[in-house]
Design a protein around this ligand. Structure first.
Ligand code: GAL
Length: 961
C-alpha cells in the first residue's frame, strides 16, 4: 500500500513518437520512410477447421512451421488470389455481416464468433514492390492493430503470431525482401474468440505501414522524455533514446535532439557524442534539454511541441525522426484531487469503446477527431479507453484537441504475456501528453477483492514503473475497495460507488486517507435517444436521466457526488458514446448499448445537454421531451429542463407553468398536460432573461434534410464528411419522430462507407457492398483424345458419366507418351440474377497448351502454359441460370523429374454482384451517413430520396491535399 500523501507525478513532459519523415529536416527520404500500405489489399474468408476452405494452408508435407519460406496455401507467395475481394484498409468484416439471435450478445449479434466458422477466419494478401536501391536498409512491416490472433507471412516466410486484438506489432523483413521486384504479404486473422464483452470487430482494422530505415536507427517506440522539472520560467526535459545498429559493421555516432515550438522555431538543442554500437546491439541514451518560458499543454490550450532526433554516423546523417510532445505536469493528490500544470482540474470524463455506427471498428482517422470533438462539445475533458489500448490516431486526436486519457491494457496478469502487453502499450503511447494514467485492470471480479489481486496489481504497478514513473497507475474496481487491488494502485478507480454501499467513497477515503481516487465508471442510465416512454416490447428506455436500477446512480446523482468532493479526481461516465453489443437490459434484437450520453452516431441524447449545462462554459437551456404527442392530449407529460441558468420559466402556448430556481448540478421538472403547440422556456441569470428555448409540435415529414459537417474534404482516399440526415415538416421544423426510409446515391470522387441511426435495436445493414462469389473449378473429369484440335468432346450438353475423374493417373512420362491431349470437363452453377453480375474466369494452366470452351463455345484457342494465369471476362450471352459447362482440351502437363508436381487446379470463376442502393430508416428523426474521398479531386454530390418526401442533395468538394 502506498503511504505517501501525495503521489509525486511531478513535472512531466512527453514527446510522442511519430515515424514520419521530418518535414523541415532533410529532403533525403532515404533516411527514414514511413509508408502507408493500406490501399489495394485482397481479402477472402478462410476456415477454422475445414482445411480445404482454408486454402489448404498448413497441409503441405513440409509446411511453414517445418521449413522457413514454406508458407503454403494462401500463405504462399505465388498463391493465386485473383478472385479475392479487393479492398482498402482499415477493414472490419464483422460490421459487414448480418445479425442473428444465435450470434454473441456481447458483439451485438453480428454473425461472427464461435457459431460462425464461415466468417471466423479472414485472409488478407498484398503485393508490394521494394526498389533495388533499398538493399542495405532495414525494412519493417508494422500493423497498428488487427482483431485478432494474427499470423503473418512475407514471401512465404512465417513472421510470427500476434494474439492481441488491440496492440500493434512489427516485423523486420529485410532479409526476405525481393529487392527490385514484387513481394507478398499474407495475413491470416482468426476472430473466432472474443477478447472483451463488447463489439470488437474483425480484421485488419487499423493502419499498416512499411517502415524503411538505415541499419543504425531509433527503433519503433524508442524515445521517451521520462522526467522533467518545471518552474516558472523553465522546463527541463530528460529524454531517453534507444538506438539500434542492425547493420553488420561497428558504428560510431552522435545524437542531436532539437525542440521546436509550434511555429517551427528551434527553442532548445542538445548533443550526445562519441557513441558506438556493435552489430545488432541496442543501447539507451539520455539527453537533457531546457526550454525557457515553455508553452504548456492543457485541455483548453493543447499546445504541442516537436522534437527532432537526428543520428549522425561520422558526418553522415543516418536517421531523423519527429516526435510530437506537450509540456505539462501531473499530480494526483489523495486529498486535493488531480492537478494539471499545478492547477486543479476536475476530471469530467467518459468511458468509450472504439466502434462507430456504420463502420464498426474500421475507423477513418477523421472519425477520431469527430468523436473527440463531440465529447468535448458537451464539456468533457477526459476519456477512458475502456478496456483496451486504442488506435494511435485516437490518442493523436486527444493530444491535438485537448482531452486527458486513461490508457488501459486489456489483460490483467503477471506473466510475460500480460506484462508484455502492458509494456507494449506503454512504450507505444508514453509520449502522448494526453495520457495521464495507465490502467492495469477493469472489474477483475475473480481477484479484485482478495490478496491475489493485490499481489498482481503490485507486480503490474512495479513493472509499469520501470517504464514510466510519471503517470498514475489505476484500475477500475467494482465494489471491493477495502481489500485487494484497491490497496495496491496509485489511484483507486471506483466503478459504480453504489456497489460499495452508501457514501462509500467517503468511508473509503477516511479509511485509506493516503490513496488518490476517482470514478473510473459512474452514472449508469439506460436511454434511447428521442424516446420518452418505456416500451419493453420495442426495447426502448426513456431518455430522462433515470438510474438504471436502485443499485446505480443517474448521471446527475453521479456527477453531484464527484463534483462535491475535492479529494475525488473526477468522474468517467459509463459511457460517452453508445456502442454495439452489450444491449443491457434488453435481449435480441437489441444490438447496441443504451448507456451513452450520445448514440452510436454521436447524436446527443438529453443527458449530453445535462452535462453541457454543468461541464461546459456556455449558457445552456435545453428542454425535453419533443412535443409531438398526438393521442396523448390532456395527459400529463414530464417536461425537464437542463440549464445552468439561475431560474427557468416554462410556458405552454404562452401560458406560464411557473418559474423555478435551478439547483447547482440539477435539473428542473414540470408535469404538463399535453396539447399541441409550443413549449417555451426562458432562462434567467441574475434576474435577467438570457436564453429562450422552444419545442414545437410539428406536422408530418415533408422534405429530407442533409447537413454535412464539411463542405470540403481532402482528395486523399482517407478524409471523410459526416452527414446528418433528417426530415422537415412543411414549416421547416425538424420532425423528431420520423422513421422514414431514405435511399442514397452518390456521384463524383466520394463513396459512402457506412450508415447508422443510433437505434439500439437496429438490425439494418451498416454497409451495402458488392458481393464477390467465388466458384472453384473442381470435380473435373477427363478423357484422353488424339489432339488439342478435337472438338467433339467439348460441345455443350455431353453425357460424361463414364469419363474418369481427372488426374487419377500420375502425370509421368509414361502418361505423357500415352496421352497426346486430354479433355477436362466440369459444371458450374449460376443463379437466376446472373445477368446483373460480372463474371470472370481466372484460369490457371493445366496443360502445356490448351483451348477453353464455355457451354460449347470457344473462349481461348491453343493458349500456352502461363505461370501467372489467364483472365477472361465471360460473355453473359453465352451463360445461363443453372448448370453451365467448362471444357478444356489440353496437351497435358508432365512431371519434369520424379518428385515433381504439376498444376491440377484450373482456377476460379468470380461472380461480382453490384452493391444494392444504400438506404437507412431514420430513428427519432435522424440518421447519419459517412462519405469518404476516393482519391480524385472534384465535386461529390450526395442525393437522398424517400417516399412522399422532397429529395435533398448536398455537395462536398474534394480538393487537392
Ligand atoms: C461494467 C463494465 C463495463 C460495462 C458496464 C455495463 O461493469 O466495466 O465494461 O460492461 O459494466 O454496465
Amino acid at each position: 500500500m502506498k503511504n505517501t500523501n501525495t503521489i509525486p507525478f511531478l513535472f512531466l513532459i512527453f514527446f510522442s513518437f511519430c515515424f514520419s519523415v521530418f518535414s523541415q529536416s532533410t529532403s533525403n527520404s532515404k533516411i527514414r520512410e514511413h509508408i502507408s500500405i493500406d490501399q489495394n489489399w485482397v481479402f477472402a474468408f478462410g476456415h477454422p477447421f475445414d482445411a480445404a476452405k482454408d486454402f489448404n494452408t498448413g497441409t503441405g508435407y513440409f509446411s511453414y512451421l517445418a521449413k522457413t519460406t514454406y508458407g503454403d496455401g494462401a500463405a504462399a507467395a505465388n498463391f493465386d488470389d485473383r478472385s479475392w475481394r479487393k479492398l482498402d484498409l482499415p477493414h472490419d468484416w464483422a460490421v459487414e455481416q448480418g445479425f442473428s439471435e444465435k450470434a454473441s450478445y456481447s458483439h451485438g449479434f453480428k454473425n461472427i464468433g464461435r457459431s460462425f466458422p464461415e466468417t471466423g477466419i479472414g485472409w488478407y494478401r498484398k503485393k508490394i514492390t521494394v526498389p533495388e536501391g533499398d538493399l542495405g536498409r532495414r525494412i519493417h512491416i508494422a500493423f497498428d492493430g488487427v482483431f485478432r490472433n494474427t499470423t503473418v507471412w512475407f514471401n512465404g516466410h512465417y513472421l510470427g503470431n500476434n494474439p492481441s486484438g488491440y496492440l500493434g506489432f512489427e516485423y523486420d523483413v529485410t532479409d526476405y525482401v525481393n529487392y527490385g521486384g514484387e513481394n507478398t504479404i499474407a495475413v491470416r486473422v482468426d476472430a473466432m474468440m472474443e477478447e472483451g464483452w463488447f463489439y470488437e470487430g474483425a480484421g485488419i482494422y487499423r493502419h499498416v505501414w512499411l517502415n524503411k530505415t538505415n541499419p543504425l536507427h531509433v527503433p519503433a517506440d524508442g524515445t521517451f522524455v521520462s522526467t522533467t522539472k518545471l518552474n516558472k520560467n523553465n522546463a527541463e526535459l530528460i529524454s531517453k533514446v534507444s538506438v539500434i545498429n542492425e547493420g553488420s559493421t561497428f558504428q560510431n555516432f552522435k545524437i542531436i535532439q532539437t525542440v521546436y515550438d509550434n511555429a517551427g522555431k528551434s527553442i532548445a538543442t542538445t548533443t550526445i557524442d562519441n557513441l558506438n554500437l556493435r552489430p545488432m546491439e541496442t543501447k539507451d541514451f539520455e539527453t537533457q534539454l531546457k526550454v525557457s518560458n515553455p508553452k504548456l499543454w492543457s485541455v483548453n490550450d493543447p499546445y504541442l511541441h516537436k522534437m527532432r532526433t537526428t543520428i549522425y554516423s561520422g558526418t553522415e546523417l543516418v536517421d531523423t525522426q519527429t516526435t510530437i510532445f506537450g509540456i505539462r505536469t501531473l499530480r494526483f493528490d489523495a486529498n486535493e484531487g488531480f492537478f494539471l500544470n499545478g492547477k486543479y482540474l476536475k476530471i469530467k470524463g467518459t468511458n468509450n469503446h472504439q466502434d462507430h455506427a456504420g463502420v464498426g471498428v474500421a475507423m477513418p482517422d477523421g472519425l477520431q477527431d469527430f468523436r473527440i470533438a463531440t465529447l468535448k462539445s458537451f464539456g468533457s475533458n477526459a476519456y477512458r479507453c475502456s478496456h483496451n489500448p486504442p488506435t494511435p490516431e485516437l490518442l493523436d486526436a486527444c493530444d491535438r484537441l485537448g482531452m486527458v486519457v486513461i490508457d488501459e491494457t486489456r489483460l490483467m496478469g503477471i506473466t510475460n504475456v500480460q506484462l508484455g502487453e502492458l509494456k507494449r502499450m506503454m512504450l507505444r503511447d508514453r509520449n502522448h501528453p494526453s495520457i495521464i494514467s495507465w490502467s492495469i485492470a477493469n472489474e477483475e471480479w475473480g481477484v479484485e477483492g482478495n490478496i491475489i489481486g493485490a499481489r498482481m496489481a503490485r507486480t503490474m504497478q512495479d513493472f509499469a514503473k520501470t517504464i514510466d514513473t510519471t503517470r498514475g497507475i489505476t484500475a477500475g474496481i467494482s465494489g471491493n475497495w477495502d481489500n485487494g487491488i484497491a490497496t495496491a494502485v496509485d489511484v483507486v478507480g471506483y466503478n459504480y460507488i453504489k456497489h460499495g454501499g452508501k457514501e462509500t467513497t467517503d468511508k473509503h477515503h477516511r479509511e485509506f486517507p493516503n490513496l488518490a481516487s476517482w470514478g473510473t465508471e459512474e452514472g449508469s442510465t439506460f436511454a434511447t435517444r428521442g424516446i420518452y416512454f418505456e416500451d419493453n416490447e420495442k426495447q426502448y428506455k426513456p431518455a430522462y436521466d433515470f438510474p438504471q436500477s436502485a443499485n446505480a446512480h443517474s448521471i446527475e446523482q453521479g456527477w453531484k457526488h464527484y463534483d462535491s468532493r475535492a479529494y475525488l479526481g473526477g468522474i468517467f461516465i459509463w459511457t460517452g458514446f453508445d456502442y454495439r453489443g452489450e444491449p443491457t437490459p434488453y435481449v435480441w434484437p437489441a444490438t447496441g448499448s443504451y448507456f451513452g450520453m450520445v448514440d452510436q452516431c454521436g447524436f446527443y441524447k438529453d443527458d449530453a445537454w445535462y452535462l453541457k449545462a454543468w461541464w461546459g462554459t456556455e449558457p445552456v437551456l435545453h428542454l425535453l421531451p419533443h412535443w409531438n404527442w398526438k393521442g396523448k392530449e390532456g395527459q400529463p407529460i414530464d417536461v425537464w429542463a437542463y440549464s445552468n441558468c439561475d431560474e427557468v420559466e416554462l410556458f405552454l402556448n404562452k401560458k406560464s407553468l411557473g418559474k423555478k430556481a435551478m439547483e447547482k448540478n440539477g435539473h428542473l421538472e414540470w408535469k404538463v398536460n399535453y396539447g399541441p403547440g409550443t413549449l417555451e422556456a426562458i432562462g434567467y441569470k441574475n434576474g435577467k432573461k438570457i436564453l429562450t428555448e422552444t419545442v414545437k409540435t410539428t406536422s408530418a415529414a415533408a422534405a429530407i434534410g442533409l447537413q454535412s459537417n464539411a463542405k470540403t474534404i481532402k482528395a486523399n482516399n482517407v478524409d471523410i464528411a459526416m452527414i446528418t440526415v433528417d426530415t422537415k415538416d412543411k414549416s421547416g421544423l425538424r420532425v423528431p419522430t420520423s422513421e422514414n426510409e431514405i435511399a442514397f446515391t452518390i456521384s463524383g470522387p466520394g463513396k459512402i462507407i457506412g450508415v447508422g441511426n443510433g437505434k439500439p435495436t437496429s438490425v439494418e445493414p451498416d454497409q451495402f457492398l458488392e458481393t464477390n462469389t467465388v466458384i472453384n473449378i473442381s470435380n473435373l473429369k477427363e478423357k484422353i483424345v488424339n489432339s488439342i484440335l478435337e472438338t467433339t468432346e467439348t460441345v455443350d450438353n455431353l453425357d460424361i458419366s463414364n469419363w474418369d475423374n481427372a488426374f487419377k493417373d500420375s502425370r509421368d512420362t509414361i502418361f505423357g507418351k500415352k496421352a497426346k491431349a486430354v479433355v477436362y470437363r466440369t459444371d458450374f452453377d449460376l443463379s437466376e440474377n446472373f445477368k446483373e453480375t460480372k463474371i470472370n474466369l481466372f484460369y490457371n494452366s493445366i496443360g502445356q497448351s490448351q483451348s477453353i470452351y464455355i457451354n460449347g463455345k470457344l473462349i481461348a484457342n491453343d493458349i500456352p502454359e502461363n505461370q501467372k494465369g489467364d483472365t477472361f471476362v465471360l460473355d453473359k450471352a453465352n451463360l445461363r441460370a443453372g448448370k453451365n459447362t467448362i471444357a478444356i482440351v489440353a496437351v497435358p502437363l508432365i512431371y519434369k523429374y520424379k518428385w515433381g508436381t504439376v498444376n491440377t487446379n484450373p482456377g476460379t470463376i468470380q461472380i461480382l454482384t453490384p452493391a444494392p442502393a444504400w438506404r437507412r430508416t431514420l430513428f427519432s428523426g435522424l440518421a447519419q451517413i459517412i462519405v469518404q474521398s476516393t482519391g480524385e479531386t472534384g465535386e461529390i454530390t450526395l442525393t437522398a430520396t424517400g417516399n412522399g418526401l422532397k429529395k435533398a442533395e448536398t455537395k462536398i468538394n474534394a480538393t487537392k491535399p
